[in-house]
Design a protein around this ligand. Structure first.
Ligand code: C2E
Ligand code: MG
Ligand code: MG
Ligand code: MG
Length: 283
């Protein structure tokens, strides 16, 4: 009887596993097709200088437009990473975003581009050469490109990753640590790495003005970043009091729905045009 029950349990378990495997294979096939059929689009979220409110950069955020609906990156980046599809997908994002930002720079003012890197992408053979060729082909100066990594990437395979990032840095591109404060990277790592920027995670910013500890931690991160000579970007600014506090703390840059939502390339185009005509000082 126990055996029978156990057997059934194994069967149920196997059925679950089977369904899971099938789902993953289907997703992998869908992703492959999506890449071939140009179903991926890039949205850009403006990053502003908090002292001047001027747009200094845009962060490229990938979207999968499946049957007229946006699938959020959290749902397909993991599977894309597991199947290796992240490598060609990321290369497309890199080339496309460099090209678009180079055009905006030529027609308006000299904004920068931030790109999120994936662990597998960094380790792909010839990744450094790929970045170099994307820069040359687009005409985007290396100093205008910031590559964002999350702390986890610096902890796993730390040595290899740091070597790769250092190679990238010699191209003249900038490096940022994304979601700063949520991972397990030690502060010592910050000194080992040729990092230019830290991006404070929204989980800190969300508590600004309403949570004493989070406010204190944010202030501490801003000061730490400045003491290390880094650009400090606050992410996830949604409320005016958060913006005010960050300004008062001397945080360098900000990003969030209050400032601007991620938008299609067309949106950046018109944003840059309206900012140009209303302020007149950016050209
Ligand atoms: P991230 O790099 O930290 O990007 C910021 C995320 O916060 C974006 O989500 C953005 O839409 C969202 N966000 C911006 N302002 C606000 C705000 O005020 N409030 C809230 N609640 N959210 C805000 P998204 O686009 O869904 O991207 C999620 C993550 O997926 C990104 O986090 C990044 O880690 C990853 N990702 C996105 N695009 C790419 C890509 O092209 N390549 C790779 N490797 N990863 C990407
Ligand atoms: Mg990012
Ligand atoms: Mg982030
Ligand atoms: Mg994130």
């Amino acid at each position: 009887r126990a055996k029978e029950l156990g057997g059934r349990r194994v069967e149920v378990f196997a059925a679950h596993m089977h369904a899971d495997v099938v789902r993953r294979l289907e997703l992998a096939a869908d992703l492959q097709r999506a890449l071939l059929e140009d179903q991926f689009v890039i949205e850009y979220q403006p990053v502003v200088d908090l002292a001047t409110s001027r747009v200094t950069a845009v962060e490229a955020l990938v979207r999968w437009c499946q049957g007229g609906e946006f699938v959020p990156p959290e749902q397909f980046l993991g599977p894309a990473e597991d199947t290796g599809l992240i490598v060609p997908l990321s290369e497309w994002i890199l080339r496309e975003a460099c090209r678009e930002v180079a055009v905006w720079r030529a027609s308006a003012w000299e904004i920068g581009l931030s790109l999120n890197l994936s662990a597998r992408q960094i380790m792909a053979p010839r990744f450094v050469e790929t970045v170099e060729s994307a820069l040359v082909e687009s005409g985007l100066p290396p100093s205008a490109l910031t590559l964002e990594v999350i702390e986890e990437m610096l902890v796993e395979d730390a040595e290899q990753t740091i070597t790769r990032l250092s190679e990238l840095r010699t191209l003249g591109v900038r490096l940022a640590i994304d979601d700063f404060g949520t991972g397990y990277a030690s502060l010592a790592l910050l000194r080992q790495l040729p990092v230019d920027m830290i991006k404070i995670d929204p989980s800190f910013v969300s508590g600004l003005g309403c949570d004493e500890t989070l406010t204190l931690l944010t202030r501490t991160i801003v000061r730490l970043g400045h003491d290390l000579g880094l650009i400090v970007v606050a992410e996830g600014i949604e409320r005016p009091e958060q913006l005010e506090l960050l300004r008062e703390m001397g945080c360098t840059r900000g990003q969030g729905f209050l400032v601007a939502r991620p938008m299609a390339a067309r949106g950046v185009d018109s944003l840059m045009r309206t900012s140009l005509s209303s302020l007149g000082t950016h050209a």
